[in-house]
Design a binder for this molecule. Structure first.
Ligand code: SF4
Ligand code: SF4
Length: 158
């Protein structure tokens, strides 16, 4: 398993190649969802999120009203209490966790609200998304945090 420090170094080295690939292949990428989703499946299946938890430690997922309702049910508190106890508004006016690592990340890297976690947590790192080309540049950023994102881009661009 690549450590978070190793991943940052690898991603920084690869970033110029990732960006160059995008410049040269933007049109081609529009038709590559199937291949990208296949890479997503392979790398998700061979990466143990419980050994990693980088996203839960460092990224602040945007949290929407539906997420707050689900979390309130899971925690058996009111939605307003979820907001006051766990959330703040960020510069994009989205709710995010008040601090990271996430308050629901357990010492063994399990998520204590896993079944009720926010949509952004479920979908991260989004490499199985339709029209992947639209989030290619976001994925370059995510390659510094998520080994799955890094490996998908590496297989594409190298
Ligand atoms: S989604 Fe990516 S960053 Fe998050 S725990 Fe899994 S491998 Fe790590
Ligand atoms: S809610 Fe769960 S999955 Fe989402 S960041 Fe927190 S620990 Fe990770």
């Amino acid at each position: 398993m690549i450590t978070s420090e190793e991943l940052k170094v690898l991603a920084a080295k690869a970033e110029p190649v990732f960006k160059q690939f995008y410049k040269k292949n933007k049109k081609k990428l529009e038709k590559m969802d199937e291949e990208i989703h296949y890479l997503h499946e392979i790398h998700s299946a061979t990466t143990d999120c419980l050994q990693c938890a980088n996203c839960c430690r460092t990224l602040g997922p945007a949290i929407y009203d539906k997420d707050i309702e689900r979390m309130a049910k899971a925690l058996r508190i009111k939605p307003s209490e979820v907001v006051s106890q766990y959330l703040k508004v960020d510069e994009d006016k989205d709710y995010v966790f008040q601090s990271m690592p996430c308050p629901f990340l357990m010492p063994d890297n399990y998520c204590s609200i896993y079944e009720h976690r926010p949509k952004a947590c479920r979908e991260y790192p989004h490499t199985d998304r339709k029209k992947f080309v639209q989030i290619y540049n976001l994925t370059v950023k995510n390659s510094y945090t998520c080994p799955v994102a890094y490996k998908v881009l590496k297989d594409l661009a190298f």
